[in-house]
Design a protein around this ligand. Structure first.
Ligand SMILES: [Zn+2]
Length: 485
């Protein structure tokens, strides 16, 4: 009988909020069972030698879209594989009713079990869902989602309101398969209900609403102006069509409503200096409201000063090099709290044709460590333990997974990314382990690739080989303090 199932020996362990320490880690029954200077190799069934490697807590990629453009089961298998290759051990994906995703409407009490049944057979990594309420009936289910469903974060998509207003075309209305408006009146009632449930359950973790902050009415005007007079550089045109100031406007609209509704808010994928300044401003102005400011890998890693084609179209758009520098400063001085991929993979044929109608979004989850280590640690001196904060501990805390996830502590899930911070690779499609047929990062060189990914004590990726199987991943009910203690 071994004291540990596995011991990770001789690695430099990256402790969020603390620093890097050379130490060994013991694992038993999927959880961290010991942390100490010299855990005997013969005390464990299996030994992983991490000499010259950094042992990070497994990344929590808290913004992801599985099953939006391809069948959910297929997409969950291929894209959680991509995540596993990148040292991501937990995915929090978005879900709503309507077209794309599962193409159905109805109560979440019926749809969530179906979603989880498909997901439990498909994911290689652990997973959870953020849910977008689209009807009044859904608002009445929020308390059930938290206490029974294991979903503690909700979402509002600001640009869907245009699809539901009086002048919307029948196709637009069909897309969401609802006949009620999801306008700002709906958003206000949505915030009030999230706030009510948060007050009931906040001892277990903050129940929050995530908002994509772009103002759709403004974009109609600014996009028409750019379309009439394009520069011909697609990613600059796309950025000008959705200028940073309309992010600033949207953030202020949401923040004012959140103040009156008393609702915790996650400001998603802040792309620009103006967006970060607006988020900082409302955080200071309304200290009674909890705001999370989220950054993404692609807004940190790409700029529209680079030679990018329209496959890099994403909402909000890729911004200027000056904006990218500002985002790095905001990340290093702890204004941006989390870094996520916003992984969403349209088929290449839906990226073709007209810039204005082709699909937005692309994948990036497997670059979680390479972007942060190359652009953050190597280029800008971001400490490694801060990287573990923004890609693991902070997303786990803000989304109610901590300390089951995001912590290197005895009793936490034994999820690790064992990373060679100096290994350099040039990006090919094969190196991303994705089903996506393109990548804006192809040909770029990054350092800091994971060699080994461990999920609850099981190796799921090792030395370029995917070892995990679909179905290895578990649904993690949130708040974990409500559901697991
Ligand atoms: Zn997204």
């Amino acid at each position: 009988m071994h004291e540990h199932d596995m011991v990770i020996k001789n690695g430099s362990v990256v402790f969020p909020y603390v620093g890097v320490q050379k130490t060994d880690i013991g694992i038993k029954n999927g959880k961290i069972s010991a942390i100490g200077a010299d855990i005997a190799a013969d005390s464990a069934k299996q030994v992983l030698d991490a000499t010259d490697r950094y042992v990070f807590p497994g990344a929590v990629d808290s913004h992801f879209h599985v099953g939006i453009y391809r069948p959910l089961a297929e997409d969950a298998v291929s894209e959680s594989t991509s995540a596993a290759s990148g040292g991501v051990t937990t995915i929090l994906s978005y879900f709503r009713t309507g077209q794309d995703y599962l193409n159905k409407v109805g109560p979440f009490k019926e749809i969530l079990p179906e979603l989880l049944e498909i997901s439990e057979k498909s994911f290689l990594t652990d997973f959870g869902y953020h849910i977008a309420c689209m009807t009044d009936g859904h608002l009445e289910e929020i308390e059930w989602l938290v206490t029974q469903g294991g979903v503690s974060t909700l979402k509002y998509y600001m640009f869907y309101k245009l699809l539901t207003l009086a002048g919307a075309t029948p196709e637009a209305k069909n897309y969401l398969m609802i006949d009620n408006p999801v306008d700002f009146g709906y958003l206000y009632r949505y915030m009030q209900e999230v706030a009510r449930v948060n007050r009931l359950y906040r001892q277990y973790g903050t129940i929050s609403l995530s908002v994509h902050c772009e103002n759709p009415e403004v974009i109609q005007a600014t996009q028409a102006a750019v379309k009439a007079n394009p520069s011909g550089v697609p990613m600059k045109d796309y950025s000008n069509a959705r200028p940073p100031w309309q992010e600033e406007l949207a953030i202020n609209e949401v923040a004012i409503m959140a103040k009156y509704a008393d609702c915790p808010i996650n400001l998603l994928h802040l792309s620009s200096q103006k967006a970060v300044e607006a988020g900082t401003d409302v955080t200071e102005r309304y200290p009674q409201v909890s705001f999370l400011m989220e950054g993404t890998l692609h807004h940190l890693g790409l700029s529209n000063d680079m030679d990018l084609d329209q496959t890099a179209k994403v909402n909000p758009p890729i911004r200027s090099g000056a904006d990218v520098e500002f985002l790095w400063q905001a990340l290093m001085d702890n204004r941006l709290k989390t870094v996520v991929s916003d992984h969403a993979c349209p088929p290449l044929k839906r990226k073709d044709g007209d810039l204005w109608t082709c699909m937005p979004g692309f994948g990036g989850t497997s670059l979680m460590f390479p972007v942060l280590i190359t652009e953050g640690y190597h280029k800008r001196g971001m400490p490694l333990h801060r990287i573990a904060e923004v890609n693991s501990a902070n997303p786990a805390r803000y989304h109610n997974l901590y300390p089951k996830k995001g912590a290197v502590m005895v009793g936490s899930d034994a999820d690790f990314a064992i990373v060679d911070i100096d290994a350099e690779k040039q990006i090919t499609l094969e190196s991303l382990y994705t089903a996506q047929e393109f990548s804006p990062e192809l040909g770029m060189k990054y350092k800091g690739w994971p060699d080994i990914t461990v999920l609850r004590g099981q190796i799921i990726f090792k030395n370029g080989q995917i070892v995990g199987k679909p179905g290895n991943g578990q649904f993690i009910k949130r708040p974990v303090k409500l559901h697991y203690t």
